[in-house]
Design a protein around this ligand. Structure first.
Ligand SMILES: Cc1cc2nc3c(=O)[nH]c(=O)nc-3n(C[C@H](O)[C@H](O)[C@H](O)COP(=O)(O)OP(=O)(O)OC[C@H]3O[C@@H](n4cnc5c(N)ncnc54)[C@H](O)[C@@H]3O)c2cc1C
Length: 359
């Protein structure tokens, strides 16, 4: 998602782009994602909330734009999200968000029931983010990639980056199994694998993977209208009378398999919130690996120590939401514009090995 969004924004600015992907486009976290554009769920901290709002607000026009260029409808829906309060401390924490954002309102338990009659009545109200929405993340990734290609970019799938061309403190390109590509700028957007990739340049990045599991259910007819978010579980209504339920958190593993315990936990929690989900037909379960940074904010910027080398990674649980703004910010960085220093990938500097790296 992140690499495709950057490629698309650069192609729009008439840059010549080569997108190099180890497997197929969108085969990892970006197709495992639930596709929520949940600005207020985990982004209550300062600057990232503003960036997330900007990114979310790019979706309506992006949806039209990408449909026109690529022919792909990524199923954008601005149907809102309710974050339920299960305890008095949830009420306090959620009501605090009201002071940070104009896009939310408080719902009493009765108002929650009026909007979503299928929910069990065990809640103390909730925060309603009426501008939030959701997309089909896999389709959005493909739409961005296809649009970048339509605007003149090249795409090479099944082509892992194996090393960098590093000379005199400058990154001059990359090597794959059978080709060498020279470029003025190289951007690493390898999700949870960015640390491994950056290691080929002799730079250590203290990011780590966090596995997440989801499952989906098919219904006779849709039983929720908005995304329902609680501690430990969310339910996202999808096209075709489906509901997607996510997601577990298992840090420090690249394992992409589902565990019985993980899915069982999600099922119990989901049925507790939405009892009629139990009547749905099982569709499938899957898992993906999110990229998490040690500092919490994604890295978007130049890798210190090498001219011509940048990174856009570490979007953790919000890479779909933040994809549009990331593409714009990375393109700005390459054009020499200053972006919010919060995104600067600074914490890897002292771990630089001196000299030319491993190449
Ligand atoms: C279960 C789950 C639910 C989620 N739900 C949401 C959500 O609702 N909303 C939201 O905003 N975010 C969500 N996320 C987070 C979101 O999916 C990620 O933040 C986002 O997909 C990260 O995108 P990415 O492009 O950085 O990483 P990825 O999609 O993982 O892409 C990295 C790519 O790099 C490629 N690669 C790796 N090594 C190499 C190499 N050596 N050479 C070339 N290519 C290489 C991989 O093959 C892969 O295609 C969820 C994540 C999970 C796992």
């Amino acid at each position: 998602m992140i690499g495709c969004s950057i490629a698309y924004q650069l192609a729009k600015r008439s840059k010549k782009v080569l997108l190099v992907e180890k497997n197929r486009i969108g085969n990892k976290a970006s197709s495992a994602a639930a596709g929520m554009l949940g600005v207020h769920t985990e982004l209550e901290n300062g600057g990232l909330l503003q960036a997330a709002m900007k990114s979310r607000d790019m979706f309506p026009s992006l949806s039209e734009e990408l449909k026109e260029i690529s022919g792909i409808d990524f199923e954008f829906s601005q149907n809102g999200m309710i974050k339920l309060a299960a305890s008095e401390s949830d009420v306090n924490n959620l009501q605090h968000v009201l002071s940070l954002s104009n896009d939310v309102e408080w719902l009493t338990d009765k108002e929650v029931t009026m909007l979503e009659p299928g929910l069990s009545e065990r809640n103390l109200g909730g925060l309603y983010a009426y501008k939030d929405g959701n997309v089909c993340a896999g389709k959005l990734t493909l739409a961005l990639a296809k649009s970048a290609v339509r605007l003149g970019s090249d795409l090479k799938e099944f082509t892992p980056l194996l090393s960098f061309i590093l000379e005199g403190g400058r990154c001059k390109g990359i090597r794959t199994h059978n080709e060498t590509y020279y470029a003025n700028e190289v951007i690493i957007a390898g999700g949870a694998w960015s640390s491994q990739i950056l290691n080929y340049a002799g730079v250590e990045l203290p990011d780590y993977p966090v596995k997440g599991e989801c499952f989906s259910v098919m219904l006779e007819r849709q039983i929720i209208n908005r995304t329902i978010f609680t501690d430990g579980c969310y339910l996202v209504p999808k096209r075709g009378d489906r509901i997607l339920v996510g997601a577990t958190e298992h840090p420090h593993t690249f394992d992409e398999s589902n565990s019985v315990a993980g899915i069982n936990l999600l099922m119990n929690k989901a049925i507790e919130i939405l009892p009629d989900l139990a009547n749905g037909r099982w569709e499938k379960a899957w898992a993906g690996v999110r990229p998490k940074t040690a500092g919490g904010h994604p890295h978007i910027g130049r890798v210190r120590g090498y001219r011509g080398l940048s990174i856009a990674s570490g979007h953790y649980r919000n890479g779909i939401l933040l994809a549009p703004i990331t593409g714009v910010l990375m393109a700005d960085v390459l054009e020499g514009k200053e972006i919010d220093p919060m995104f600067e990938p600074g914490d890897m500097e002292e771990r630089m090995m001196n000299g030319e790296g491993k190449g």
